[in-house]
Design a protein around this ligand. Structure first.
Ligand SMILES: [Zn+2]
Ligand SMILES: [Zn+2]
Length: 429
């Protein structure tokens, strides 16, 4: 994708190099990666975010610069996309060590927003480790996972430009944030139970019922008893209720004015999915991808009792997703059964992202509201995808895809804008 043709350094011995990199290079652990690479190659300098992406200044020798750029492109973080590298040779800057510098404003805004990333495996392990300080903490994240698109208020991507700006990191989180060897080195939404957001359970009119672990336990019990709960997710609220209860589903359909359209399902884990649906390796990879979309899977007839037929009447497919937010992981582990997780909105309305919207628009639809104090800046519905001929096809590109750079396979293709949800209506109706 990135050309390194004409990569020539006309100087020998110690010189300076400035690299201006655009693409998806913020919020993906790119600066920590650059820090580690430059330190390993013993190149002093600095890296900082700007409105066009990331700028790297280096002092060193020509061959070391070539090695650096070669490895930068080959070893970049998994979710980083380098669109362009502008390179400028100059006299040595005079650095004696490498550091991550303060963000600087630029004249052009080119930095790609980043999509929200599902909880990574390392964080999931910590979430369920009783010895970890973030045990069952519903806002655990690191540079490889967590909210991005839904919490960013401005670029460059720094904590002060996210809805985490009012949460001041505690000493333990701050130490991780400044430790180059730590997975949370410069992880902007870094948080823990001491310093980060917390959940609260409200009645459907907004009265506070409970907080933290007790709030989650009460929400789980309400769902088990057949209730409908609004649960704040990453890009908006879901309405959750039992998937095996025709009464709960009927009430939800009546109140949402959604008589027959398929309802999405959230499963605790892959094992539960494979008990109810036929799943191929490609579908499994799609379900577990960083976007964690709703994946259309063929239902198993023999075990359909676990998922009541009224979830998707007369439809051979089920819209299935796995937990992507840590709050959903905790909730689903306690529940131990699939639930309906449909967007919290009335027909033809946008998904609710703030408590007040739920209290005013969905009072008659839900019995309680499990919310938290990390604001959602912009809506992102769940994406919908399927596998066709072993390839993923995105039917609705929203959470997990929105904010990502799309690369055209046609070199001369003009820039395109595509808006609207017509495809989704066509496919799901
Ligand atoms: Zn993580
Ligand atoms: Zn903390």
């Amino acid at each position: 994708m990135v050309s390194v043709d004409n990569w020539k350094y006309n100087r020998c011995m110690r010189a300076g190099l400035t690299l201006k990199i655009s693409g998806t290079v913020q919020g993906v652990g790119f600066r920590p990666f650059v820090y580690r690479l430059a330190s390993e190659l013993k190149l002093p300098g600095q890296v900082y975010n700007t409105t066009y992406g990331v700028c790297i200044e280096l002092d060193g020798e020509d061959q070391a610069f070539v090695n650096f750029v070669d490895r930068l492109i080959r070893e970049k973080p998994e979710h980083a996309v380098i669109k362009n590298i502008e390179k400028d040779g100059c006299a040595a800057h005079g650095y004696s060590e490498f550091k991550i510098g303060e963000s600087k404003p630029g004249t052009k805004i080119e930095a790609g927003l980043l999509p929200d990333l599902a909880l990574c495996e390392d964080c999931r392990r910590e979430l369920f480790d009783p010895a970890d300080r973030r045990y069952l903490y519903p806002f655990i994240n690191c540079t490889n996972c967590g909210p991005r698109f839904s919490i960013i208020t401005a670029l460059p991507y720094d904590r002060c430009n996210t809805s985490m700006k009012n949460f001041i990191m505690c000493p333990a989180c701050m130490a991780e944030y400044h430790d180059p060897g730590n997975r949370r080195f410069h992880a902007q939404p870094n948080a823990c139970p001491e310093c980060g957001p917390h959940v609260t359970l409200f009645s459907n009119h907004g009265e506070r019922i409970s907080t933290q672990a007790d709030a989650i336990d009460r929400a789980v019990n309400l769902i088990r008893q057949g209730g409908s709960i609004a649960v704040k997710g990453i890009g908006g609220f879901h309405i959750m209720c039992r998937a095996d209860s025709p009464d709960a589903i009927r009430r939800l359909r009546e109140k949402k004015h959604r008589p027959a359209k398929p309802l999405a399902l959230l499963f605790p884990d892959l094992k539960h999915v494979s008990e109810c649906c036929i799943i191929t390796d490609a579908e499994q990879r799609l379900l577990l991808s960083a976007a964690h979309p709703i994946v259309l899977l063929r239902k198993k007839e023999a075990l359909s009792g676990r998922i009541h037929e009224s979830v998707a009447p007369d439809n051979p497919y089920r819209g299935v997703m796995l937990p992507y937010a840590p709050l959903q992981h905790v909730l689903m582990q306690k529940l131990g059964q699939p639930v309906i997780a449909t967007s919290a909105n009335l027909v033809d309305e946008t998904i609710c992202i703030a408590d007040e919207e739920v209290f005013s628009r969905l009072t008659t639809v839900v019995d309680a509201v499990l919310s938290h104090d990390r604001p959602i800046v912009r809506h992102a519905d769940d994406s919908i995808a399927r596998i066709f001929q072993d390839e993923p096809i995105v039917l609705r590109g929203a959470r997990g895809y929105t904010g990502a750079l799309l690369q055209s396979k046609v070199a001369s293709a003009p820039a395109l804008v595509a808006l609207g949800g017509a495809v989704e209506k066509y496919i799901l109706n």
